[in-house]
Design a protein around this ligand. Structure first.
Ligand SMILES: [Zn+2]
Length: 291
């Protein structure tokens, strides 16, 4: 699933390529019985209203909150896209669904005023697209419960510690991934952060010493920033808006490295994968010991 660096990479691309363009039309073949009556373009009635609302609107800018892409339009409305497991927003020339070509996973297409399109590719069809009044964004159901942004300038290590200690009995990996505690971190980056600071993913928050939490904060900011710089992680389906892969998957130390030798200098561990609830954690059982 795209996490903070991937979503930020998409947002950076939107600001670079589609800012200032006008939406001429929008098409979708998303439909699900489950979404009937819900504010999601997978509901046909909602999509009809959505289409009327966005046609003729100018894309003013894009931003990110947690793992949500926010596309701000003229007329004080914002398109919210959550890419979920397999979504990627793509800029280029896209035709409606077809099984013969690369477009077969395209489920939404916005036609833009420069003749190009902004499309949403989504293999598993779990993505969410909705429309929110821009001034009500922070109070919207999608955003209101999100914790602070880990890269925000005013998010200090003391605040980070305070957030983690909302769940003192929680296991650190799960707490890092809890969107109500901190927004934007998922499976990949929680594994990487813990590998770097030598903390076991099942370690209880209250047992982690403050000096370690300070280190964790530093590692978190450094790893997230580095991944944004190299375009995020494309081990799975994520692509930037030009359809290109990021490079973070070549830099991971724990995530996706099961069975490989640990790359920490002088560590002789082999990366292990364990299940935590329905997710998995990758870690080195030698240098990431539980205290
Ligand atoms: Zn190790």
């Amino acid at each position: 699933m795209p996490e903070l660096p991937e979503v930020q990479t998409t947002v950076n691309g939107l600001n670079r390529y589609v800012r200032g363009l006008v939406i001429k039309d929008v098409w979708t073949d998303y439909y699900s019985e489950f979404h009937v009556g819900k504010p999601n373009i997978k509901d046909k009635k909602f999509f009809r209203k959505f289409r009327v609302a966005v046609i003729g609107k100018k894309i003013l800018s894009a931003s990110r909150r947690g793992k949500n892409v926010l596309i701000h339009l003229s007329g004080e409305q914002t398109i919210l896209v959550h890419m979920k497991l397999t979504g990627s927003l793509l800029y280029g020339t896209y035709k409606k669904i077809s099984n013969e070509n690369k477009n077969k996973f395209i489920h939404v297409i916005f036609n833009l005023s420069n003749g190009k399109d902004l499309a949403l590719s989504d293999l598993r069809k779990f993505a969410k697209v909705t429309l929110v009044d821009t001034d009500k964004l922070e109070k919207s159901p999608d955003l209101k419960n999100l914790g602070p942004e880990p890269l925000a300038p005013d998010f200090t290590w003391e605040k980070f510690k305070e957030r983690l200690f909302k769940k003192p009995n929680g296991k650190i990996k799960r707490v890092l991934m809890d969107q109500t505690i901190i927004a934007g971190i998922g499976n990949i980056y929680s594994d990487e952060i813990l590998w770097h600071i030598s903390v076991h993913p099942l370690q209880k928050v209250e047992k982690i010493p403050p000096a370690k939490i300070k280190k964790m904060y530093g590692a978190m900011r450094k790893i997230l920033r580095y991944s944004i710089k190299i375009g995020g992680d494309s081990e799975s389906d994520y692509r930037n808006i030009l359809g290109q892969r990021g490079r973070f998957q070549n830099k991971t130390r724990a995530y996706g490295r099961e069975g490989e030798h640990c790359s920490k200098p002088n560590c002789r561990g082999i990366i292990k994968r364990i299940k935590i609830a329905s997710r998995s954690a990758h870690f080195c059982p030698v240098h990431q010991k539980k205290y």
